[in-house]
Write a protein that binds this ligand. Structure first.
Ligand code: PMP
Length: 427
């Protein structure tokens, strides 16, 4: 059996930081990342054979639980027929049809292989469609690692205290207007000043990359109104929230219709699939119909699409989402109750299969509030829980994820572990 520490040392020889995506490195919490050997249902096992209850869920995709037998079977069956053709397939049509049916705002859909590709392509499309340069994003929202979007971003950039990436030319940054999430006045002011040159507003309609931050009442409605008034494209980045916050994502929960939507994570069922889509008149500006170029050797990959298709079919079930939201809330409420007994400043919030854990006295609604939470307490809690066999995201700025496999017993075991862990947290 391998050892996490040895594997990390070995990985660090040939992989920068020993990981292929920065937050995995435990850089902000300290300690050795767990090298995962296998996963099933609500559990992952590390290379040392230790079992953990998993609230990372591959950062969102594992909504049915890991290695769901029907998803695994679909992947195996598809693989036998060939791994990639670089030509159209019937499966792609079916996945696009399913997405359009569930999210009617997505009249036309283009499949890609990651969330980054989806948002990068949606931004290019919005610029091509409007003939404008500037984009609006919100501080603490993460939309993948395309250059224009790595400005004051959340997720790993926020975690490591360096929210704007090096290597992004000033000329790009100049076109990205970064505003405060939940501050509609700032959006109106930006449009008053630059309205003729704003191609789009891109937003995580429930932010999950600076912990979980919900939109205040009127924020999404206001974005819709301002974009319509100025002929700018409203993009909901539902890479995280799509098919997770609810059966129709945040657009279903809020009743607000974006012009374009980006998806990934759940729609690939654990395999690399992303998508962007929306109004047909905008989507038809993409090559080969239009002059906005976008392409991909592995786009619509048949094995990945098979995993996505069966996942979305299994999720076509409102009872699943009701149950998922109930379980997540049970966990959220339970954790808050346990922390109260230990007099720890801690609170929680949840939506669908997403959970926010905040080491602060009240639930934050702004980036500034979440940035002021007690990271020192989070680190202690994170390690105490890891020792107890509960695996949270190794960052105070990430949402946590539940799945259909997180049963009552598993939630109860988590709460009992949290009781012992909070006892060890020194305020
Ligand atoms: N947008 C959002 C809202 C995300 O949460 C993420 C990934 N966490 C991305 C885009 C980028 O997706 P990917 O990592 O698949 O490129």
């Amino acid at each position: 059996m391998s050892n996490n520490q040895e594997l990390f040392a070995r990985a660090s020889q040939h992989i920068p930081g020993g990981v292929n995506s920065p937050v995995r490195a435990f850089g902000s919490v300290g300690g050795t990342p767990r090298f995962i050997a296998r996963a099933q249902g609500a559990y992952v096992w590390d290379a040392e054979g230790k079992q953990y209850i998993d609230y990372v869920g591959s950062w969102g995709p594992a909504i049915l639980g890991h290695a769901h037998p029907e998803v695994v079977k679909a992947v195996q069956d598809a693989a036998v027929n060939g791994l990639s053709f670089g030509a159209p397939t019937e499966g792609e049509i079916e996945l696009a049809e399913l997405i359009s049916q569930r999210l009617p705002s997505m009249e036309k859909v283009r499949l890609v292989s990651s969330g980054t590709e989806a948002t990068m392509s949606a931004i290019r499309l919005a610029r091509g469609y409007t003939g404008r340069n500037k984009i609006i994003k919100f501080e603490g929202c993460y939309h993948g690692h395309a250059d224009s979007l790595l400005v004051k971003a959340g997720s790993g950039l926020l975690t490591f205290g360096n929210p704007t990436s090096a290597g992004v030319p000033e000329d790009f940054i100049r076109h990205t207007l970064v505003l405060d999430f939940n501050n509609l006045d700032a959006v109106k002011a930006a449009f008053a000043e630059h309205g003729d040159d704003i191609a789009c507003v891109i937003v995580e309609p429930i932010a999950g990359n600076m912990n979980l931050i919900k939109p205040v009442s009127g924020f999404l409605e206001g974005l819709r109104e301002v974009c319509t008034a100025h002929d700018a494209v409203l993009i909901f980045d539902e890479v995280m929230t799509g098919f997770r916050a609810g059966p129709q994502g945040v657009q279903g929960l809020s009743g607000i219709t974006p012009d374009l939507t980006t998806l990934a994570k759940v729609i690939g069922g654990g395999m690399p699939v992303g998508a962007f889509g929306g109004r047909a008149d905008i989507m038809d500006c993409i090559a080969p119909l239009g002059n906005v170029y976008q392409a991909g050797t592995l786009s619509g990959n048949p094995v990945a699409v098979a995993a996505g298709l069966v996942t979305l079919k299994l999720l076509d079930n409102d009872a699943f989402y009701t149950q998922l939201a109930q379980q997540t809330k049970k966990l959220a409420d339970g954790l808050q109750e346990v922390a109260r007994h230990h007099a720890i400043p801690f609170c929680t919030d949840s939506v669908g299969g997403m959970l926010g854990l905040y080491f602060s006295a009240s639930v934050p609604t702004t980036y500034t509030e979440v940035a002021a939470s007690r990271i020192d307490l989070f680190k202690q809690f994170f390690h105490a829980m890891l020792d107890e066999g509960v695996y949270w995201a190794p960052s105070a700025f990430e949402a946590s994820f539940t799945s259909g496999a997180h049963t009552d017993d598993i939630i109860q075991a988590t709460l009992e572990a949290a009781d012992r862990a909070f006892k060890k947290v020194k305020n």
